[in-house]
Design a protein around this ligand. Structure first.
Ligand code: SF4
Ligand code: SF4
Length: 112
């Protein structure tokens, strides 16, 4: 299967799917979430030890005081269309994108 498509003007387009966000460097700013029209990502809270403690769907959620910081997580990789908008707004360069040819059908990165 080829991962190359043709745009309206006939030029080639290779989607680059979002497959991961580095939770160690992500600052949970939410900029990537705001530009994505596909609900691929979701904000999660992490505790002092860096363990994910739950989704931050409510602005004032503090998980009984255990919230240390928030990170973006690739919650639904299969919804990504590889537009690249999220990578352009990320100031921390913490996202991993994979060209369509190198991604498997369920939206995850092809194993080595
Ligand atoms: S590449 Fe586009 S569709 Fe995929 S997560 Fe980023 S903004 Fe959303
Ligand atoms: S734009 Fe980058 S730093 Fe901000 S939430 Fe998204 S992945 Fe994290």
């Amino acid at each position: 299967m080829t991962g190359s498509f043709t745009t309206r003007d006939g030029s080639s387009w290779v989607p680059k799917y979002l497959v991961a966000v580095d939770g160690a460097t992500c600052i949970g700013c939410g900029r990537c979430f705001k530009v994505c029209s596909r609900e691929v990502m979701r904000l999660y809270g992490v505790d002092e030890a860096g363990e994910i403690i739950g989704a931050c769907d409510e602005e004032d959620e503090d998980f009984d005081g255990n919230l240390n910081r928030m990170i973006m997580v690739v919650d639904h990789p299969g919804r990504c269309i590889g537009c690249g908008a999220c990578s352009r707004v990320c100031a921390k360069n913490c996202q991993t994108h994979v060209e369509a040819d190198n991604a498997v059908d369920n939206g995850t990165e092809k194993p080595e």
